[in-house]
Design a protein around this ligand. Structure first.
Ligand code: MG
Length: 366
């Protein structure tokens, strides 16, 4: 362990990832020191945290644009990006450009901004916070890169696991928000019901681990105890097992490659338990297949997928489209995109997102 504490900049400090990050830091004051904080809108909560962690006003930021400046200007060993949505891309790029370690919880950085992130990131500079990708990173330490056959992401299956496409026709927003394992925001929870979240995670895995899409599988594992797996060329599969608690991947990202003692409660092997696995039903849940297609197409396609989905999720919750209409809308928007794969810039990605949102709205009844 280092003598001096690791310095940490926490972006999105009042969100779920940010709060759990600060919880770990609070319990390990000899390991970590907070040197900066940002929040989206919760100004009072941000000030409270700044007082608690003795962060000066110059090192706090409100809003994603200010957070990007903090990521650029504040000296930190680790930057935790827990910003929600594609607004987090700027902070990711600033962190990478500054040569700092990025503990990345902002999925959209890798979905929307993959070409830009790839151009900046050095090997090992991004440590994933998403539980599946943290699991894969851990499983990858069991062998050499050339020995990896496939990555296997586990999925809880969401609240509609086991339902056929026909049975999904009439499911309601209320049913979609009842997630069996994790407790998250509305878009993320709905993405768990449609399996869009798993589709986004497949793209994330492709970008993070440089693995072709035909070697990334998804298996439904309702207990969410195995967080993902790596299959090696000899037929061995290595799995990462722990209770579903985000503080484990967060703590590991703060301390990578060393582990933080007592980060979460270990498994209790004195209690009987059962882990089950089911293949993914691609007809009922086409999101993973569609994500692989847009991921392979590259360019702005993953950004279109993400933006159209966010609009369709809102429309579903407003009662304007049915559950299956979410992915139907996303596919229609993607099929409508005709721009060629010109050079991708932040501006062109933003334009593509804006286009996708309006194209989605044209398909959604008022
Ligand atoms: Mg995840």
């Amino acid at each position: 362990m280092n003598e001096s504490p690791r310095t940490v900049l926490v972006l999105g400090a009042t969100g779920s990832i940010g709060r759990q990050t600060l919880d770990i830091i609070r319990r390990n004051p000899h390991r970590y020191r907070v040197v900066g904080l940002s929040a989206g809108t919760q100004v009072d909560a941000l000030h409270q945290l700044a007082t608690e962690f003795r962060v000066s006003p110059e090192a706090t930021a409100l809003g994603a644009e200010e957070a990007e400046l903090l990521a650029r200007d504040i000296e930190a060993d680790v930057v935790v990006n827990g910003i929600t949505g594609s607004a987090g891309l700027g902070a990711t790029l600033a962190t990478l450009a500054g040569g700092r370690t990025l503990a990345l919880a902002n999925k959209e950085s890798l979905i929307v901004g993959a070409p830009l992130v790839r151009a900046l990131a050095k090997p090992g500079q991004i440590i994933p916070v998403d539980s599946e990708h943290s699991a894969i990173a851990q499983c990858l330490t069991a062998g050499r890169k050339e020995e990896v056959a496939r990555l296997v992401l586990t999925a809880s299956g969401g609240p509609f696991r086991g339902k056929s496409r026909q049975e999904l026709v009439s499911v309601t927003p209320e049913q979609a928000l009842a997630h069996p394992t994790w407790n998250m925001g509305r878009v993320v929870t709905t993405n768990s019901a449609t399996l869009v979240n798993k589709g986004l995670e497949v793209i994330e895995a492709h970008v993070l681990f440089d693995m072709p899409f035909d070697r990334i599988d998804v298996v439904v594992h309702p207990q969410s105890i195995i967080h993902s797996m790596v299959e090696y060329v000899d037929g061995a599969t290595i799995a990462q097992v722990s209770i579903p608690d985000m503080r484990l991947p967060i703590a590991l990202a703060l301390n990578w490659p060393e582990r933080v003692p007592g980060a979460v409660t270990p498994m209790d092997w004195t209690r009987a338990q059962e882990w089950t696995f089911e293949p993914l039903d691609n007809e009922a849940f086409p999101a993973v297949q569609l994500a692989k297609e847009v991921g392979a197409a590259g360019g702005a396609y993953p950004a279109l997928f993400n933006a159209a989905n966010e609009e369709a999720v809102d429309a579903f919750h407003a009662g304007k489209i049915p559950f299956l209409g979410i992915l139907d809308t996303v596919r229609a928007v993607i099929d409508q995109w005709t721009a060629t794969n010109a050079e991708v810039t932040r501006e062109s990605l933003l334009e593509a997102e804006t286009w996708a949102r309006s194209a989605a709205h044209q398909r959604i009844p008022a």
